[in-house]
Design a protein around this ligand. Structure first.
Ligand SMILES: O=C(O)CCC(=O)C1=CC=C[C@@H](O)[C@@H]1C(=O)O
Ligand SMILES: [Mg+2]
Length: 372
Protein backbone atom coordinates (compact mmCIF):
# COMPACT_ATOMS: atom_id res chain seq x y z
CA UNK A 1 0.00 0.00 0.00
CA UNK A 2 2.15 2.89 -1.30
CA UNK A 3 1.61 6.42 0.02
CA UNK A 4 0.97 8.97 -2.74
CA UNK A 5 1.31 12.39 -1.12
CA UNK A 6 -0.62 14.99 -3.08
CA UNK A 7 0.09 18.05 -0.95
CA UNK A 8 1.99 19.28 2.08
CA UNK A 9 0.94 22.28 4.17
CA UNK A 10 3.69 24.02 6.14
CA UNK A 11 2.45 26.17 9.01
CA UNK A 12 4.64 28.57 11.00
CA UNK A 13 3.20 28.57 14.52
CA UNK A 14 3.98 30.78 17.48
CA UNK A 15 3.08 29.60 20.99
CA UNK A 16 3.88 31.18 24.34
CA UNK A 17 5.33 28.95 27.08
CA UNK A 18 3.49 29.24 30.41
CA UNK A 19 6.80 30.10 32.07
CA UNK A 20 10.14 31.26 30.61
CA UNK A 21 12.65 28.47 29.91
CA UNK A 22 16.22 29.30 30.99
CA UNK A 23 19.33 27.27 30.12
CA UNK A 24 23.07 27.97 30.07
CA UNK A 25 22.42 29.50 26.62
CA UNK A 26 19.78 31.99 27.72
CA UNK A 27 16.08 32.39 28.44
CA UNK A 28 13.04 32.36 26.15
CA UNK A 29 9.28 32.16 26.36
CA UNK A 30 8.04 32.48 22.82
CA UNK A 31 8.27 29.23 20.83
CA UNK A 32 8.07 29.40 17.04
CA UNK A 33 8.11 26.20 15.01
CA UNK A 34 6.93 24.57 11.77
CA UNK A 35 3.97 22.19 11.80
CA UNK A 36 3.91 19.83 8.79
CA UNK A 37 0.70 18.30 7.37
CA UNK A 38 1.19 15.72 4.60
CA UNK A 39 -2.03 14.81 2.77
CA UNK A 40 -2.30 11.72 0.54
CA UNK A 41 -4.54 10.98 -2.47
CA UNK A 42 -7.33 9.75 -0.13
CA UNK A 43 -7.25 12.99 1.87
CA UNK A 44 -5.65 11.37 4.93
CA UNK A 45 -3.37 13.75 6.89
CA UNK A 46 -0.08 12.83 8.54
CA UNK A 47 1.45 15.30 11.02
CA UNK A 48 5.04 16.20 11.88
CA UNK A 49 6.60 18.97 13.97
CA UNK A 50 9.97 20.62 13.52
CA UNK A 51 11.83 21.25 16.79
CA UNK A 52 14.12 23.95 15.37
CA UNK A 53 13.97 27.18 17.36
CA UNK A 54 13.87 30.63 15.79
CA UNK A 55 17.44 31.28 17.04
CA UNK A 56 20.34 28.81 16.37
CA UNK A 57 21.40 28.35 20.00
CA UNK A 58 20.79 24.61 20.36
CA UNK A 59 22.14 23.68 16.92
CA UNK A 60 22.65 25.39 13.55
CA UNK A 61 19.05 24.99 12.37
CA UNK A 62 16.27 27.57 12.68
CA UNK A 63 12.63 27.91 11.68
CA UNK A 64 13.75 29.80 8.57
CA UNK A 65 16.46 27.32 7.52
CA UNK A 66 13.97 24.48 8.00
CA UNK A 67 11.37 26.24 5.83
CA UNK A 68 13.98 26.80 3.11
CA UNK A 69 15.13 23.14 3.23
CA UNK A 70 11.57 21.84 3.13
CA UNK A 71 10.37 24.18 0.36
CA UNK A 72 13.40 24.04 -1.92
CA UNK A 73 14.80 20.55 -1.41
CA UNK A 74 12.93 18.06 0.77
CA UNK A 75 9.36 18.48 -0.50
CA UNK A 76 10.43 18.31 -4.18
CA UNK A 77 12.24 15.03 -3.34
CA UNK A 78 9.19 13.76 -1.44
CA UNK A 79 6.86 14.51 -4.37
CA UNK A 80 9.17 12.70 -6.84
CA UNK A 81 7.70 9.25 -6.16
CA UNK A 82 5.20 7.42 -3.92
CA UNK A 83 6.50 6.23 -0.56
CA UNK A 84 6.39 2.48 0.09
CA UNK A 85 7.78 2.85 3.63
CA UNK A 86 8.92 5.95 5.62
CA UNK A 87 12.30 4.29 6.16
CA UNK A 88 13.13 4.89 2.49
CA UNK A 89 13.10 8.68 2.97
CA UNK A 90 16.54 8.66 4.59
CA UNK A 91 18.03 7.44 1.32
CA UNK A 92 15.84 9.77 -0.74
CA UNK A 93 16.98 12.77 1.36
CA UNK A 94 20.63 11.64 1.58
CA UNK A 95 21.82 14.17 -1.05
CA UNK A 96 20.86 16.91 1.45
CA UNK A 97 23.58 17.27 4.07
CA UNK A 98 22.59 17.45 7.77
CA UNK A 99 19.49 19.67 8.36
CA UNK A 100 18.25 16.87 10.62
CA UNK A 101 15.33 18.78 12.13
CA UNK A 102 13.92 19.70 8.71
CA UNK A 103 14.18 16.06 7.59
CA UNK A 104 12.64 14.77 10.82
CA UNK A 105 9.63 17.09 10.49
CA UNK A 106 8.56 15.75 7.09
CA UNK A 107 9.62 12.15 7.83
CA UNK A 108 7.51 12.22 11.00
CA UNK A 109 4.44 13.31 9.01
CA UNK A 110 4.98 10.41 6.61
CA UNK A 111 5.38 7.92 9.50
CA UNK A 112 2.05 9.18 10.93
CA UNK A 113 0.39 8.80 7.51
CA UNK A 114 1.92 5.32 7.06
CA UNK A 115 0.48 4.15 10.40
CA UNK A 116 -2.93 5.72 9.75
CA UNK A 117 -3.20 4.03 6.33
CA UNK A 118 -2.73 0.72 8.16
CA UNK A 119 -5.13 1.65 10.93
CA UNK A 120 -2.31 1.07 13.45
CA UNK A 121 -0.97 3.27 16.26
CA UNK A 122 2.46 4.73 15.40
CA UNK A 123 4.10 3.03 18.37
CA UNK A 124 3.03 -0.41 17.09
CA UNK A 125 4.42 0.34 13.61
CA UNK A 126 7.73 1.39 15.23
CA UNK A 127 7.88 -1.89 17.18
CA UNK A 128 7.03 -0.42 20.60
CA UNK A 129 5.39 -2.71 23.12
CA UNK A 130 4.61 -0.50 26.12
CA UNK A 131 1.05 0.60 26.94
CA UNK A 132 2.30 3.33 29.28
CA UNK A 133 5.58 5.18 29.67
CA UNK A 134 7.32 6.67 32.71
CA UNK A 135 8.23 10.34 32.31
CA UNK A 136 10.28 13.00 34.00
CA UNK A 137 10.34 16.75 33.80
CA UNK A 138 13.05 19.23 32.82
CA UNK A 139 13.21 22.41 34.89
CA UNK A 140 14.91 25.54 33.53
CA UNK A 141 17.33 27.62 35.59
CA UNK A 142 15.34 29.46 38.28
CA UNK A 143 15.90 32.91 39.77
CA UNK A 144 17.15 31.45 43.06
CA UNK A 145 17.54 28.15 44.91
CA UNK A 146 14.37 28.58 46.99
CA UNK A 147 12.34 28.95 43.79
CA UNK A 148 14.05 25.88 42.30
CA UNK A 149 13.23 23.82 45.41
CA UNK A 150 9.61 25.00 45.26
CA UNK A 151 9.31 24.03 41.58
CA UNK A 152 10.94 20.64 42.18
CA UNK A 153 8.58 19.97 45.09
CA UNK A 154 5.57 20.62 42.85
CA UNK A 155 6.73 18.10 40.26
CA UNK A 156 7.73 15.51 42.86
CA UNK A 157 4.19 15.83 44.28
CA UNK A 158 2.85 15.33 40.74
CA UNK A 159 4.70 12.00 40.66
CA UNK A 160 7.20 12.72 37.88
CA UNK A 161 9.68 9.84 37.79
CA UNK A 162 12.81 11.94 37.35
CA UNK A 163 13.79 15.58 37.87
CA UNK A 164 16.18 17.24 35.40
CA UNK A 165 17.75 20.54 36.42
CA UNK A 166 20.02 22.83 34.46
CA UNK A 167 23.53 23.61 35.63
CA UNK A 168 26.28 25.99 34.51
CA UNK A 169 29.41 27.42 36.18
CA UNK A 170 28.21 29.41 39.18
CA UNK A 171 24.95 27.47 39.36
CA UNK A 172 26.04 23.89 39.96
CA UNK A 173 27.72 22.25 43.02
CA UNK A 174 26.12 24.45 45.70
CA UNK A 175 22.73 24.26 43.98
CA UNK A 176 22.82 20.47 43.59
CA UNK A 177 23.91 20.18 47.25
CA UNK A 178 20.83 22.18 48.33
CA UNK A 179 18.56 20.08 46.11
CA UNK A 180 20.01 16.85 47.50
CA UNK A 181 19.69 18.16 51.10
CA UNK A 182 15.97 18.80 50.48
CA UNK A 183 15.33 15.78 48.23
CA UNK A 184 17.89 13.09 49.21
CA UNK A 185 16.26 10.24 47.30
CA UNK A 186 14.63 11.60 44.15
CA UNK A 187 15.97 10.42 40.76
CA UNK A 188 17.91 13.56 39.84
CA UNK A 189 19.97 14.53 36.79
CA UNK A 190 21.67 17.69 35.55
CA UNK A 191 21.89 19.09 32.00
CA UNK A 192 24.86 21.38 31.38
CA UNK A 193 24.22 22.14 27.68
CA UNK A 194 27.98 22.28 26.98
CA UNK A 195 28.66 24.96 29.62
CA UNK A 196 31.93 23.33 30.79
CA UNK A 197 35.37 22.34 29.45
CA UNK A 198 38.03 19.94 30.69
CA UNK A 199 39.45 22.86 32.70
CA UNK A 200 36.36 22.49 34.92
CA UNK A 201 37.10 18.84 35.75
CA UNK A 202 37.40 19.47 39.54
CA UNK A 203 33.99 21.19 39.60
CA UNK A 204 32.44 18.31 37.65
CA UNK A 205 34.14 15.73 39.92
CA UNK A 206 32.57 17.48 42.93
CA UNK A 207 29.16 16.49 41.57
CA UNK A 208 30.03 12.81 42.16
CA UNK A 209 28.98 13.08 45.82
CA UNK A 210 25.32 13.72 44.91
CA UNK A 211 24.39 10.40 43.23
CA UNK A 212 23.11 12.07 40.08
CA UNK A 213 21.59 9.63 37.55
CA UNK A 214 23.70 11.35 34.92
CA UNK A 215 25.20 14.63 33.82
CA UNK A 216 23.93 15.56 30.34
CA UNK A 217 26.28 17.09 27.72
CA UNK A 218 28.78 18.74 30.05
CA UNK A 219 31.28 19.58 27.28
CA UNK A 220 31.25 20.98 23.73
CA UNK A 221 28.23 20.27 21.54
CA UNK A 222 30.25 18.44 18.85
CA UNK A 223 32.63 16.57 21.14
CA UNK A 224 33.16 12.84 21.77
CA UNK A 225 36.88 12.73 22.68
CA UNK A 226 36.94 15.09 25.69
CA UNK A 227 33.75 13.50 27.03
CA UNK A 228 35.63 10.16 26.99
CA UNK A 229 38.51 11.76 28.94
CA UNK A 230 36.02 13.25 31.42
CA UNK A 231 34.07 9.99 31.81
CA UNK A 232 37.27 8.19 32.84
CA UNK A 233 37.74 10.73 35.66
CA UNK A 234 34.23 11.11 37.12
CA UNK A 235 31.81 8.53 38.56
CA UNK A 236 28.61 10.22 37.43
CA UNK A 237 27.47 8.66 34.12
CA UNK A 238 27.72 11.06 31.18
CA UNK A 239 24.68 11.30 28.89
CA UNK A 240 25.16 12.81 25.43
CA UNK A 241 22.55 15.00 23.75
CA UNK A 242 23.91 17.65 21.33
CA UNK A 243 26.95 15.48 20.35
CA UNK A 244 24.80 12.71 18.87
CA UNK A 245 23.42 13.41 15.37
CA UNK A 246 23.40 9.87 13.95
CA UNK A 247 23.93 6.20 14.67
CA UNK A 248 27.51 6.69 13.46
CA UNK A 249 28.12 9.21 16.25
CA UNK A 250 26.83 6.63 18.74
CA UNK A 251 29.13 3.95 17.31
CA UNK A 252 32.12 6.29 17.84
CA UNK A 253 30.93 7.35 21.32
CA UNK A 254 30.68 3.69 22.37
CA UNK A 255 34.12 2.91 20.91
CA UNK A 256 35.68 5.91 22.72
CA UNK A 257 33.75 5.49 25.98
CA UNK A 258 32.30 9.02 25.71
CA UNK A 259 29.05 8.25 27.51
CA UNK A 260 27.05 5.61 29.39
CA UNK A 261 23.59 6.96 28.44
CA UNK A 262 22.10 8.58 25.30
CA UNK A 263 19.34 11.20 25.10
CA UNK A 264 17.51 10.56 21.82
CA UNK A 265 15.70 13.52 20.23
CA UNK A 266 13.94 12.62 17.00
CA UNK A 267 14.62 16.06 15.48
CA UNK A 268 18.31 16.14 16.39
CA UNK A 269 19.00 12.81 14.65
CA UNK A 270 16.95 13.38 11.50
CA UNK A 271 13.83 11.36 12.22
CA UNK A 272 12.26 8.23 13.65
CA UNK A 273 14.16 5.87 11.33
CA UNK A 274 17.57 7.03 12.61
CA UNK A 275 16.24 7.27 16.17
CA UNK A 276 15.27 3.59 15.97
CA UNK A 277 18.74 2.70 14.65
CA UNK A 278 20.33 4.56 17.58
CA UNK A 279 17.97 2.83 20.02
CA UNK A 280 18.92 -0.59 18.59
CA UNK A 281 22.70 0.02 18.63
CA UNK A 282 22.53 1.32 22.21
CA UNK A 283 20.49 -1.74 23.23
CA UNK A 284 23.09 -4.07 21.67
CA UNK A 285 25.79 -2.30 23.72
CA UNK A 286 23.96 -2.06 27.06
CA UNK A 287 23.54 1.72 26.78
CA UNK A 288 20.13 2.86 28.14
CA UNK A 289 18.37 5.64 26.27
CA UNK A 290 15.65 8.17 27.10
CA UNK A 291 13.60 10.62 25.07
CA UNK A 292 14.83 14.20 25.24
CA UNK A 293 12.47 17.13 24.80
CA UNK A 294 12.60 20.29 22.73
CA UNK A 295 9.61 22.01 24.32
CA UNK A 296 7.41 20.41 21.67
CA UNK A 297 3.76 21.14 21.05
CA UNK A 298 1.36 18.23 20.96
CA UNK A 299 2.34 16.71 17.59
CA UNK A 300 6.03 16.48 18.49
CA UNK A 301 5.06 15.27 21.97
CA UNK A 302 2.95 12.50 20.41
CA UNK A 303 5.89 11.34 18.28
CA UNK A 304 8.09 11.29 21.41
CA UNK A 305 5.55 9.16 23.27
CA UNK A 306 5.41 6.64 20.41
CA UNK A 307 9.21 6.38 20.26
CA UNK A 308 9.51 5.97 24.04
CA UNK A 309 7.53 2.71 23.84
CA UNK A 310 10.61 1.00 22.33
CA UNK A 311 12.15 -1.48 24.76
CA UNK A 312 15.50 0.21 25.53
CA UNK A 313 13.88 3.49 26.57
CA UNK A 314 14.43 2.41 30.16
CA UNK A 315 14.95 5.84 31.77
CA UNK A 316 12.24 8.51 32.19
CA UNK A 317 12.55 11.25 29.57
CA UNK A 318 11.56 14.92 29.20
CA UNK A 319 8.02 14.25 27.90
CA UNK A 320 6.02 16.14 30.49
CA UNK A 321 2.29 16.95 30.26
CA UNK A 322 1.00 19.51 27.73
CA UNK A 323 -0.06 21.65 30.71
CA UNK A 324 3.58 21.94 31.82
CA UNK A 325 4.23 24.02 28.71
CA UNK A 326 1.04 25.47 27.21
CA UNK A 327 -2.19 27.15 28.29
CA UNK A 328 -3.75 25.18 25.41
CA UNK A 329 -2.00 22.57 23.26
CA UNK A 330 -2.74 21.90 19.57
CA UNK A 331 -3.92 18.32 20.08
CA UNK A 332 -7.04 16.69 21.53
CA UNK A 333 -6.88 15.13 24.02
CA UNK A 334 -3.87 16.91 25.48
CA UNK A 335 -1.01 14.81 26.88
CA UNK A 336 -1.70 14.18 30.55
CA UNK A 337 0.62 12.64 33.14
CA UNK A 338 -0.83 10.53 35.98
CA UNK A 339 1.60 9.60 38.75
CA UNK A 340 4.54 10.14 36.42
CA UNK A 341 3.18 8.02 33.58
CA UNK A 342 1.52 8.63 30.20
CA UNK A 343 -0.99 6.12 28.80
CA UNK A 344 0.10 5.40 25.21
CA UNK A 345 -2.79 6.14 22.79
CA UNK A 346 -4.09 3.19 20.74
CA UNK A 347 -5.76 5.33 18.05
CA UNK A 348 -4.18 5.14 14.56
CA UNK A 349 -1.05 7.14 13.83
CA UNK A 350 0.19 9.59 16.46
CA UNK A 351 -2.96 8.79 18.41
CA UNK A 352 -4.12 12.35 19.06
CA UNK A 353 -6.33 14.57 16.91
CA UNK A 354 -4.86 17.88 15.76
CA UNK A 355 -7.10 20.75 16.93
CA UNK A 356 -7.25 22.77 13.69
CA UNK A 357 -8.96 25.74 15.31
CA UNK A 358 -6.23 25.92 17.94
CA UNK A 359 -3.57 25.57 15.23
CA UNK A 360 -5.13 28.48 13.32
CA UNK A 361 -5.14 30.59 16.48
CA UNK A 362 -1.33 30.16 16.78
CA UNK A 363 -0.58 30.43 13.06
CA UNK A 364 1.70 33.18 11.75
CA UNK A 365 1.94 31.97 8.15
CA UNK A 366 1.06 28.92 6.03
CA UNK A 367 1.81 27.70 2.53
CA UNK A 368 0.54 24.70 0.58
CA UNK A 369 2.86 22.71 -1.70
CA UNK A 370 1.38 20.37 -4.30
CA UNK A 371 2.82 17.38 -6.13
CA UNK A 372 3.13 18.15 -9.84
O1 LIG B 1 11.06 19.61 26.34
C1 LIG B 1 11.49 19.66 27.52
O2 LIG B 1 10.78 19.80 28.50
C2 LIG B 1 13.00 19.58 27.73
C3 LIG B 1 13.61 20.88 27.34
C4 LIG B 1 15.07 20.81 27.57
O3 LIG B 1 15.52 20.40 28.63
C5 LIG B 1 15.94 21.26 26.52
C6 LIG B 1 15.44 21.71 25.34
C7 LIG B 1 16.31 22.27 24.38
C8 LIG B 1 17.61 22.48 24.67
C9 LIG B 1 18.06 22.35 26.05
O4 LIG B 1 17.85 23.51 26.78
C10 LIG B 1 17.39 21.23 26.80
C11 LIG B 1 18.11 19.95 26.46
O5 LIG B 1 19.25 20.08 26.02
O6 LIG B 1 17.61 18.86 26.68
MG1 LIG C 1 20.07 18.38 26.78
Amino acid sequence: MEIKIKQVILRHLQMELKSPFATSFGTFRNKEFILVEAIDEDGVSGWGESVAFSFPWYNEETVKTNWHMLEDFLLPLLFQAPVAHPQELQQRFSAIRKNQMAKAAIEGAVWDLFAKKRQLPLHKVLGGMKSSIEVGVSIGIQKNVDELLRVIDRYVQDGYRRIKIKIKPGWDVDVVREVRRRFPDIPLMADANSAYSLQDIDRLKALDEFQLMMIEQPLAADDLVDHATLQRQICTPICLDESIHSVEDVRKAIQLGSCQIVNIKIGRVGGLTEAKRIHDLCQENGIPVWCGGMLEAGVGRAHNIAMTTLENFTMPGDTAASSHYWEKDIIVPEVVVHDGTIAVPEAPGIGYEVDRRQVDSYMVFAKTYRAQ
